[in-house]
Write a new protein. Structure first.
Length: 267
């Protein structure tokens, strides 16, 4: 069964992580002293069955707005928020065909049009930043009748990104830089306990330099996991798309399995 994960969100949405709310009147909790990050990102949420569609994505964003409005009494006009879904390869064979990547669908909403498009999305580890390859992105009209539009803003951007599946095993965060006003917004926190057993058994699960899934494989993967989203018809013509981004990843030992997560970051 595919390991499909959702993470619930966000800068202003405190259902998962109140420390991310810039307008949050509550004091954020202290992070463990061992954490290298000032803010804590979201964890993985529960699985939701059924085919994922643009309507379901919008429904989940609206549900988060209603939780805040009905139960937490937060003011409206929050600065920005996000909602994302990560689809993992179903097994080791698909993991290999996907060049050792998972697929992330990220929606961001903001009150200010100049904050979009996102400047970049990246995996931040203890000692480096690794850009996530954006496959495609598109603007989405937010229905004026929705509470999400009133609370989070009318400007929304969705996008597909490749996420190294090996990130689940290490200390790190996916962070977002907006075009203006906000950088380093924590999106997703690692490591996670929800790791496929076959992934933990691999000696080196990191993507290889310059390796990407074929366009045909990526298109088929998207069609299997969801319906109604725009299918990319080409790879992005960006400078870093052709660079060996995965070479920046901390490499897992090949001779033996690490005894702890800290061993992965030893020089």
């Amino acid at each position: 069964m595919q390991a499909r994960r959702l993470f619930a969100l966000v800068g202003m949405v405190v259902v998962v992580s109140p420390s991310l709310a810039q307008n949050n009147p509550r004091s954020p909790p202290d992070l463990p002293k061992s954490s290298p990050f000032q803010e804590k990102g979201s964890g993985f949420g529960k699985l939701l069955p059924g085919t994922w569609t643009p309507q379901r994505q919008a429904e989940q964003i609206e549900a988060k707005a209603r939780v805040l409005d009905e139960y937490y009494g937060y003011p409206r006009d929050l600065e920005r928020t996000y909602y994302g879904v990560v689809w993992d390869p179903a097994d080791a064979a698909e993991f290999s065909a996907m060049a050792r990547y998972s697929l992330l669908l990220l929606s961001v909403l903001t009150q200010k049009s100049e904050e979009l498009p996102l400047k970049r999305l990246y995996l931040r580890t203890i000692d480096r930043q690794i850009p996530l390859l954006k496959i495609s992105s598109w603007r989405v009209d937010v229905d004026q009748a929705l509470l999400a539009q009133k609370m989070f803003g009318p400007y929304r951007e969705d996008g597909f990104y490749l996420l190294p599946t090996s990130a689940y095993l290490r200390v790190g965060q996916v962070q977002a830089d907006f075009a203006l006003n906000r950088s380093g917004l924590p999106i997703l926190e690692f490591p996670t306990e929800s790791v496929p057993a076959w992934l933990k058994e691999l000696q080196n699960p990191d993507p290889e330099g310059n390796a990407l899934p074929s366009l045909k494989m990526l298109q088929a993967f998207i069609k299997r996991k969801m319906s109604g989203f725009p299918i990319p018809d080409s790879w992005p013509l960006t400078a870093y798309a052709k660079e060996p981004v995965p070479k920046s990843l901390p490499q897992a030992p090949t001779s033996k399995k690490p005894s702890s997560l800290g061993d992965l970051f030893k020089k």
